[in-house]
Structure formats: C-alpha cells, structure tokens
Design a protein around this ligand. Structure first.
Ligand SMILES: Cc1cc2nc3c(=O)[nH]c(=O)nc-3n(C[C@H](O)[C@H](O)[C@H](O)COP(=O)(O)OP(=O)(O)OC[C@H]3O[C@@H](n4cnc5c(N)ncnc54)[C@H](O)[C@@H]3O)c2cc1C
Length: 244
C-alpha cells in the first residue's frame, strides 16, 4: 500500500513522534511505501488566504472556494499546496497523527486541511461522500490524549471519542470519499508506565499491518438522502453500510 502520514507534533521525542517512527519503520519493513509530511519540521504555514494561490480570479474580493476552483483549472496552487495535493493523490491510505488539542486537531493540521482540501481538486461538482473524489482510499486518525480512556467512554466527562472525532472522520475523510478506518487512540501516554507505552506501540504496529482490512466506520450512502440532505426514512435500503 502507498501510505501518507501527516504528522502534527512539535516535539520529535514525544509519544506522537514515537508512533510515527513506529509507523514508518513497520510499514516499510512490510513492503509498503510511505511518505511523511512532518508539518512542524516542514514549517508548514497553516494560514489559509491568498498565499494558497499563484493565480488570482478576483483581486477585489477573496472567496476561497472560487479561487481554489480557478487555481485547480489553471495549475494555480502555491508550490507547498501543490506538493501536498500530489502526496494526497499518490496515497492509498492517509493517516493523521496528532495529539488531541481542545477536543480536535492541532491548528497546524487543521490549517493543512483548510489549505490542501481544495474545491475542484478534492471535492465539488457533486463529488462528495461515497461519490467523493478520494473514494477507494482509506484514512485513519492516530492520536493521543491527555485524559484517561474512561473520560472518553460512555458517560465519560469529555464525551465519547467517536463524537469528538466526528468532524474529522465524517466532515473531512468521509465527505471527500475516504473509507474511514476506526481511529487508533492511545489514551494518556504520559500516565502510562514505560512498559505500557511500549506495548501501545506494539498494538499500533499490529494495526498498521492490517491497514488494508482494518474495520471501517459505517456511513450511509449519498442516495439515501433527499435533495435537502435529509435521510429518506422508511426505505428498505436506508441503513448504514461500510464502504470498505
Ligand atoms: C493546546 C493543548 C490542548 C490540549 N487539549 C486536550 C484535550 O482536549 N483533551 C485531552 O485529553 N488532552 C488535551 N491536551 C493534552 C494532550 O493531548 C496530551 O498531552 C498529548 O496527547 C500527549 O501526547 P504526547 O505525544 O505529547 O505525549 P508525551 O508527553 O510527549 O509522551 C508521553 C511519554 O511517552 C514517552 N515516550 C516517547 N517516546 C517513547 C517511546 N518510544 N517508548 C516509550 N515511551 C516513549 C515520553 O518520553 C513521555 O514520557 C492538550 C494539550 C495541549 C498542549
């Protein structure tokens, strides 16, 4: 498999750093090809504005999606964005590696999505969800938390981890067509013993080696919704299906 890891942690010796090191080594040893975008090391600029483009559609009013569509038609993405888009279209599996920050993605990774997942290139013209541009590829969140697993479980104070990750799994991955692999979460690595951390890395290695067949989240098909984006209830086929 061709695997693209987007890594968002500012400390190379962090547990996130260890997870990405583990991933690169394990995948390469198993014969997979791996590309890594280490966003802090690259000095990736997460701010989305005219710097996304070398082309200009309307110099008087910045409408990002209109500029994205124009840039897509005229090879007008800034070099840093064009390179990331190439990596995205090269991969068969995409991994976001990050520490949970304020119940979501660190800004550098959210900014990467804001800038790289451009209209025209990655979605648009009716291309979304199971009809998405990136259909046929798989994507997974690999993350760490500060809080304990129980605080992200049923009745946990922080809310269920699946609900917190919904904007990423559904709003970014599934929306653009990816089959979404169940997230891999290491809860509170700083609270674990050294042996427990080593065993979490082994658990991650095992997951990586089954990327192609690891269980995916269930999403309904586009055709199950009406023109207003509302589920057509009562239809026999209105049931959640896995896209894998
Ligand atoms: C801005 C911000 C917002 C945050 N928001 C949230 C939030 O909403 N929810 C939440 O739960 N938490 C939150 N946190 C906490 C954050 O999610 C955790 O601190 C982070 O996920 C821990 O991962 P890490 O990689 O930084 O761990 P680290 O602290 O870097 O690592 C933990 C331990 O693992 C060790 N380690 C490194 N490599 C290895 C290895 N190869 N083998 C064994 N051990 C190793 C390290 O030395 C360290 O002792 C937030 C933190 C910040 C800064």
């Amino acid at each position: 498999m061709r695997v693209f890891i987007v890594h968002a942690h500012h400390e190379p010796k962090s547990f996130n750093g260890a997870m990405t090191e583990t991933a690169v080594a394990a995948l390469a040893a198993a014969g997979h090809e791996v590309i890594l975008s280490d966003l802090y090391r690259m000095g990736f600029d997460p701010v989305s504005d005219r710097r996304n483009f070398t082309t200009v559609k309307d110099a008087t009013y910045l409408k990002q999606q209109a500029e994205e569509s124009f840039a897509h038609q005229h090879q007008g993405f800034a070099p840093q964005i064009a390179t990331e888009l190439e990596k995205l279209f090269w991969c068969e599996a995409l991994i976001f590696q990050f520490p949970l920050w304020w119940f979501g993605l660190p800004a550098i990774l959210k900014g990467w999505v804001d800038r790289v997942f451009a209209l025209g290139a990655v979605y648009g013209g009716g291309r979304r969800y199971d009809n998405g541009v990136l259909a046929g590829r798989r994507a997974m969140c690999a993350l760490t938390t500060g809080g304990a697993a129980t605080s992200y479980g049923e009745n946990g104070i922080n809310g269920e981890i699946g609900s917190l990750l919904y904007p990423i799994n559904h709003g970014i991955f599934a929306f653009t067509g990816f089959t979404v692999i169940e997230p891999f979460v290491v809860y509170g690595p700083a609270r674990l013993t050294e042996m427990e951390r080593v065993s979490e890395l082994a658990r991650y290695r095992a997951r990586l080696l089954t990327l192609a067949e690891a269980p995916s989240l269930m999403y309904r098909r586009l055709e199950e919704y009406d023109e207003g984006g509302v589920l057509r209830v009562g239809r026999p086929e209105a049931r959640a299906v896995s896209r894998s």
